[in-house]
Design a protein around this ligand. Structure first.
Ligand code: HEC
Ligand code: HEC
Length: 389
């Protein structure tokens, strides 16, 4: 049993009390204390309303549903369920790094970048191509944790723009800029920050990963833009109801961020080294959410270690363009949940945190060089801190 489980009865009593009377000084204070206690790993944020709890539970079911051709799967798909890729260590966590279980949580992306313009090859089935892959390649790829991403969804654009410095006016060699959609909205989800909201990312994941059309995206992806042969996709579109889509979005929004673990002295010391050598120039330790209709997402801090901006990481890491992101630009990957990953960087090429840092280049070259100059002891402290996130 988890050490927090014993708090559950108190939690229920308090929620009931809040429902029955206006918050008095004591219940308010107790509420604050409870809200600051760690949530279960893979569970929802604390202090949801009963309605939110219900929608979270409903969304968890949709997230774990294994789809079949009869219920809309395909015709092109990478996996049969969201949880097929996002299953460990808990539902909603990171993808499996076990090569034996593999073959599904891998993606092939392709786009063309000509004369500074990104062609996402939409007519050729891009930017995500459905493809089964070998266990060896599978094992080499890392998957982003999605715990706590609802809080990132709730960060206002102004907060993101406050960290942008496209012309590097402060001269620190770091020039973050936001990605933007064709209609000018600021992106934040996906490795290239190409998707503005969690709702859009989830709707796209249904179509692109599972071939499940939904009210937000009612048409199937096709191969090379060719019409689908008759009879391969018997289910009527949209294959997901609005209610199912909403539930999956709510589930993704309300997943609590993982609490860091480890020796508090190392954590504090490591965080100091992290800031001193300039890792926080991109991996901004804490962002603040804005006004939000969901109370547990409104005006909260999220310790995600990202600025949600694009940075040029140098030619060796470069892959595809997406939206305004050039091949060498990537969103600062959130370090929240780092301890659940087995491989690192967008294509999983690094098999340790240390290696991931050594592969930083471009705008991150200065911080990387300062990392390389650390004493063994300082480096161990920093890696201890990162390994507990
Ligand atoms: C075939 C494997 C696969 C399936 C199926 C899949 N995902 Fe993902 N998901 C990934 C990978 C790989 C990433 C990290 C790369 C990226 O961000 O594009 C990811 C990232 C995410 C993220 C984080 C995005 C970010 O900004 O880093 C969310 C949220 C997410 N997935 C939700 C879902 C939901 C909801 C479903 C079901 C509709 C789903 N995924 C199905 C592979 C998958
Ligand atoms: C110029 C901005 C920038 C700076 C400075 C920077 N990073 Fe990063 N970091 C990124 C980007 C962008 C990525 C994602 C790159 C990719 O996916 O290929 C990343 C990825 C990572 C990852 C891998 C995360 C994952 O889930 O795969 C780790 C670990 C990391 N950074 C740690 C650090 C540390 C420690 C420092 C300081 C020495 C640092 N970074 C400095 C931008 C930066």
């Amino acid at each position: 049993m988890s050490p927090h489980a014993r708090w559950a009865p108190l939690f229920i009593v308090l929620v009931t009390a809040c429902d029955q009377e206006p918050p008095t000084g004591t219940t308010f204070l107790l509420g604050k204390v409870l809200a600051s206690m760690p949530a279960e790993l893979g569970g929802p944020l604390r202090l949801l309303t009963p309605d939110e709890q219900q929608r979270f539970a409903r969304g968890s079911v949709v997230f774990q549903t294994v789809f079949t051709p009869e219920t809309g799967l395909g015709p092109l798909f990478n996996s049969t369920a969201c949880a097929g890729c996002h299953e460990e260590p808990v539902v909603g966590g990171t993808g499996s790094a076990d090569p034996e279980e593999a073959g599904e949580d891998v993606e092939v992306h392709a786009t063309a970048y000509r004369g500074g313009v990104c062609d996402e090859l939409g007519d050729k089935g891009g930017p995500v191509f459905q493809k089964q892959v070998t266990p060896a390649l599978q094992a080499a790829l890392g998957i982003a944790s999605i715990l706590g991403f609802g809080l990132l969804d709730a960060v206002p654009d102004t907060e993101i723009l406050a960290h942008a410095d496209p012309d590097d006016r402060d001269g620190d060699g770091i020039s973050g800029r936001p990605n933007r959609t064709a209609d000018g909205r600021i992106g934040r989800f996906g490795r290239k920050a190409q998707v503005p909201t969690l709702r859009e990312f989830v709707a796209q994941a249904f179509v692109m990963e599972m071939g499940i059309t939904n009210p937000a995206l009612p048409t199937e992806q096709t191969v090379g833009g060719a019409p689908l042969p008759a009879g391969v996709d018997p289910t009527a579109d949209p294959e997901l109801t609005q209610e199912q889509l909403d539930a999956a979005v709510t589930f993704s929004q309300l997943l609590a961020p993982p609490e860091p673990v480890g020796n508090p002295v190392i954590r504090m010391g490591g965080q100091q080294v992290f800031s001193r050598i300039g890792c926080d120039g991109c991996h901004v330790p804490r962002l603040r959410t804005g006004d939000n209709p969901v109370r547990v997402l409104s005006h909260k801090y999220v310790d995600a270690y990202t600025d949600l901006l694009l940075h040029d990481m140098g030619p060796d890491l470069a892959d595809i363009c997406l939206g305004q992101a050039t091949p060498a630009e990537f969103r600062t990957e959130p370090l929240m949940g780092l301890r659940f990953k087995a491989t690192f960087l967008h294509d999983g090429r690094a098999s340790s945190i240390d290696e991931a840092i050594r592969l930083h280049a471009g705008e991150a070259a200065g911080a990387r060089d300062r990392f390389l100059k650390l004493s063994d002891r300082q480096r161990a402290t920093l890696l201890g801190f990162l390994g507990g996130l």
